[in-house]
Design a protein. Structure first.
Lengths: 339, 254
């Protein structure tokens, strides 16, 4: 019965941990089906939906770094902003092709990651956190001072983006912007899913759980963390480029500390280390922001804060944790003695 | 010349402030030998292990692995040269199942943890080898797939050993493998230690004299950072200095 064959057959399914249950598949299907549904149902809110997709990509970048590799950061906006300015400046100076602009922006952000990684990863957790904070502030002020290049506090004007693949021009209603953002999000999500299920992704989880053991297994821990930091930087850079390209404008707040903090908030809101957590948290955050700030323009952050406190206490693991708990309760009530 | 020692130290010294935790220690482990390192608390065993693995650097002296000087190598590169260890206090991955943890160790041994373009589950051979290794240590399939945090302590100690064995080491440092294991679970741990492949050179760092005298062919006694005595178990047991410094203390505690 339990020969080597059955063991081997049972084992690999667990290793990938892609949670391929019926529930998981249904939830995934539902999540992605919601995007075209929202596109059809809320044609007046397409710019908002683009914001959701961009925020989701930013939260995804944070999940790769914080949720998987366990490196905490308060300066992810540095990569987002660099990506936004790279794509924006390329377009201002005559290269408005969106896809190559996006790739170059991601590459620039990755390069920034490669250069700053030794600083961020050298000390302890708290020292690293302070370095990310400091680098973020430095980049913000540098962009502010470099007004002749970046437009400074007035923002970068005159960003003109060519049609996507030469076919779809960015329209006034934000249709192309939304579909382009969604397509980039889907592609980069699939790539992220592949990465976290790979041996590299497993090693990152190992480092997050127990770096000491990873050293003893022979893993060059520092090199793996640098790779994760660079990858997360590239993702954030791509998100920033999307914002610049779809709004055809870059303002200083792409580099603001607020953005770094909100990204973390979205991730924690949704649930760390599961990829979907960041996406869900971003959607919840942006929509809640919109709804609450229409209701109480001065007071909306109070409710975001309240939601965060409740989630942190009641549902460890964010919205995804809450969903999982609800599912478990439902199954228990329905099944009783069932398998 | 005979084959070089599997693991050797020459005049290894490490000070913390003015205190010499390890003071001119020279050791040589013959290939395939079963060697135990004992000594009272504070004798410098932990520091010596950290020097051997490369977790810390010596102030003076050298560490040689199969005749090659590895003193300047960081820990992970010594592992790649065949030196593995277990920890006195579990260093595991609480959220990972044993099968995942061992697969991770195997992936590292095969140099795959930089690869991001194929899912782990596509590397079928790894999971098969991991399952076989765990089965050899008497893990039931359900135990292999449950989160490590849910395992009994004795099983976690076995997983400690499994992670080191997965690396196919030529030299293995076992740091108190049965520490804290309740008696009813300790037999499996001791069996696993006894069943280690003969080709592997083993250095056992241990408090439990039963285990030491049952397992070791040679014993080094460390006291106050220095080698106090070295020899066969019988010779060490008879050595009056050892009885005074170490066994005397152990007897007093018992």
């Amino acid at each position: 019965m339990s020969g080597g064959g059955t063991l081997a057959a049972a084992a690999p399914a667990r290793v990938g941990r892609a949670s391929r249950g019926r529930w998981g598949l249904a939830a995934e299907g539902l999540f992605w089906a919601a995007w075209p549904a929202a596109y059809l149902a809320f044609p007046d809110y397409l710019p908002l939906l683009s914001q959701v997709a961009i925020a989701a990509l930013f939260a995804l970048s944070l999940d790769l770094l914080v949720g998987y590799a366990g490196v905490v950061t308060l300066g992810q906006a540095a990569f987002f902003g660099l990506g936004a300015y790279t794509a924006g400046l390329l377009a201002v100076h005559g290269w408005g092709e969106p896809l190559s602009g996006l790739l170059l922006a991601a590459a620039a952000a990755a390069l920034l990651g490669l250069v700053t990684a030794p600083l961020v990863l050298r000390g302890g957790d708290l020292a690293g956190l302070m370095v990310t904070l400091g680098l973020g502030l430095m980049l913000y002020e540098a962009a502010n001072k470099a007004a002749p290049v970046t437009g400074g506090a007035d923002g970068l004007q005159g960003v003109e983006i060519w049609p996507v693949l030469g076919l779809w021009r960015f329209d006034l209603f934000g249709r192309t912007a939304f579909l382009y953002s969604l397509a980039v999000l889907v592609l980069l999500f699939l790539l992220a899913r592949l990465v976290v299920s790979s041996p590299f992704g497993l090693a990152l989880r190992g480092i997050r759980a127990n770096a000491r053991r990873m050293h003893a297994l022979g893993t060059p821990v520092r090199a793996r963390l640098v790779a994760a930091y660079v990858l997360a930087g590239a993702y954030a850079g791509a998100a920033g480029a999307l914002l610049a390209q779809t709004t055809q404008f870059v303002s200083l707040d792409v580099l603001a500390f607020q953005r770094s903090a909100e990204g973390l908030l979205m991730l924690v809101l949704g649930g760390l280390g599961r990829l979907y957590g960041g996406l869900l948290g971003a959607a919840a955050f942006v929509v809640a922001h919109q709804v609450l700030s229409e209701m109480t323009p001065q007071f909306w952050q109070f409710w975001i804060g309240a939601a965060l406190v409740v989630l942190a206490i009641a549902g460890r693991g964010g919205l995804l944790g809450l969903l999982a708990a609800g599912r478990a309760r439902l199954l228990a009530r329905r099944g009783g003695g069932g398998a | 010349m005979t084959a070089p020692a599997a693991l050797e130290t020459r005049g290894l010294t490490r000070r913390f402030g003015g205190f010499a935790a390890v003071d001119g220690v020279s050791l040589a482990l013959a290939p395939g030998s079963r060697h135990a390192l004992i000594g009272p608390n504070g004798a410098g065993k932990t520091t010596l292990v950290n020097l051997l693995t490369g977790a810390i650097r010596p102030g003076a002296g050298a560490v040689l692995l199969e005749g090659r000087d590895v003193t300047a190598l960081p820990q992970h590169l010594r592992v790649k040269r065949g030196l593995a260890r277990t920890f006195q206090i579990n260093q595991l991955f609480p959220d990972l199942a044993p099968i995942e943890a061992v697969t991770l160790a195997l992936a590292e041994r095969e140099g795959l943890t930089a690869r991001w373009w194929r899912p782990v589950r596509a590397h079928r051979a790894l999971a098969e080898e991991a399952a076989a290794l765990l089965a050899r240590l008497r893990f039931a399939p359900a135990e292999m797939a449950a989160p490590t945090r849910d395992l009994a302590y004795g099983r976690q100690r076995l997983l400690e050993i499994a992670l080191a064995l997965a690396l196919k080491p030529r030299v293995l440092l076992l740091d108190e493998p049965a520490a804290g294991v309740p008696p009813e679970e300790s037999r499996e741990v001791l069996e696993a230690v006894a069943a280690l492949p003969r080709a592997v050179t083993v250095l056992l760092i241990e408090h439990d004299m039963d285990l030491v005298f049952r397992f070791a062919e040679r014993i080094t006694v460390l006291a106050q950072g220095r080698v106090l005595a070295e020899g066969t178990p019988e010779a060490v047991a008879r050595d009056p200095r050892v009885r005074e410094v170490y066994l005397g203390e152990a007897a007093a505690h018992a």
